[in-house]
Write a protein that binds this ligand. Structure first.
Ligand SMILES: [Zn+2]
Ligand SMILES: [Zn+2]
Length: 361
């Protein structure tokens, strides 16, 4: 027996989203149906709507979500009906070459539900990042459900499912920030501010936030930036050197995905330091760097996929830190909205007015 629920659809490139009736199949083998309690509005949802990811319209948007497992299919043992879960978009397979060599955070064959969710006329939907959670309920692979402490509010917890995890993980997993390090973060939106929060959590002693928007720099201070730099007024490379003894930062995290910004991150880094790219470039962008500098500066240039997180390892731990008051997830929730507020939330995001609007069901 399938069931019908409300969901937010992007039908065509650039068109406003609409609320439609979605058909959710019963979970098949290895699948779960989850009742969504909250889902954040992420740039990636807007990116799908703008046709920036692929052309597989219509999309069922939403992917930063927490909820309760309603039912599971055969063979599902890790989660059961009633479990409180955060949805993740990298359910590791356990069998690919990355998983087999003990690095499941890089899994090259992550799982999604096999069955499709549809409109009532049978049109197959493409769920955003294999989730589709601007919807009363959604169908996912059971491995996409990560159990966490139910004491955490769904609006805050759900954000760990994407952007906040990407930023936190860029600092704590990919860069491996440790006590006493100096860290510069370029871009102080949701992902960048999460990188700042991650650097603080890891014990960085100097944390520099760089952005072109003073409002975002104020947010950055709230998450732990010890210094901020408006790069329209001050050269960020000079600024970062000036507050790191003239050397540059041990870790520079690029949370924009733009070649000019990446170059700043590259130049603002101390010798043998680390640059982490967590911002997502578009396919047309090219990067040009002096090759000799690439050698001469040493260190590491890394990219961070989903904060190189392992959901089963990282989500419960970060929720525990949140519940202990050591990680401010609530600070990312700028507003809570209804399911019909997604289009307006896109506009607020484009105007830079919010870190996250979160749909609460
Ligand atoms: Zn794998
Ligand atoms: Zn996202």
């Amino acid at each position: 027996m399938s069931q019908q629920v409300r969901g937010i659809i992007a039908r065509a490139k650039g068109e406003p989203v609409s609320m439609e009736t979605i058909v959710i199949p019963d979970p098949g083998p290895g699948e779960a149906v989850v009742v969504i309690q909250a889902c954040g509005v992420c740039h990636t949802d807007l990116h799908y709507r703008e046709g920036g990811i692929n052309d597989e319209f219509p999309f069922l948007l939403g992917h930063e979500a927490a909820g309760i497992v309603e039912s599971v299919g055969t063979g599902v043992t890790d989660v059961a009906p009633g479990d409180y879960v955060i949805l993740n978009w990298r359910a590791v397979c356990g069998d690919c070459r990355a998983c087999r060599r003990g690095q499941p955070q890089y899994c090259f064959d992550t799982h999604n539900a096999t069955q499709k969710m549809t409109l009532t006329d049978g049109t197959v939907l493409s769920p955003a990042l294999g989730i589709g959670a601007f919807c009363d309920k959604t169908l996912v692979a059971a491995g996409q459900c990560t159990k966490v402490d139910p004491a955490a509010s769904p609006a805050a917890a759900g954000l760990l499912g994407c952007g906040v995890m990407a930023g936190l993980g860029a600092a704590i997993n990919t860069a491996g920030v440790t006590r006493g390090q100096t860290v510069a973060v370029f871009g102080c939106g949701g992902v960048g501010d999460a990188a700042i929060a991650g650097a603080r959590l890891a014990g960085a002693s100097t944390i520099i936030g760089v952005d072109i928007d003073d409002r975002k720099l104020e947010w950055a201070k709230g998450f732990g930036a010890t210094h901020v730099c408006n790069s329209t007024e001050t050269d960020p490379v000079e600024f970062i050197r000036s507050v790191t003894g003239g050397f540059g930062a041990d870790v520079c995290i690029e949370a924009i995905g733009h070649p000019a910004v990446y170059k700043q991150a590259f130049e603002a880094r101390d010798l043998a330091g680390t640059v982490v790219l967590v911002g997502v470039p578009n396919p047309e962008m090219m990067l040009e760097l002096p090759f000799i500098e690439l050698f001469g500066r040493g260190g590491a240039l890394k990219s961070s996929w989903y904060g190189d997180c392992l959901p089963s390892r990282d989500f419960p731990m970060l929720i525990d830190l949140y519940l202990q008051g050591r990680l401010d997830l609530d600070g990312f929730v700028s507003e809570t909205i209804g399911l019909d507020g997604v289009e307006e939330a896109f506009h607020k995001m484009e105007r830079g007015e919010v870190l996250r609007s979160v749909v609460v069901f």
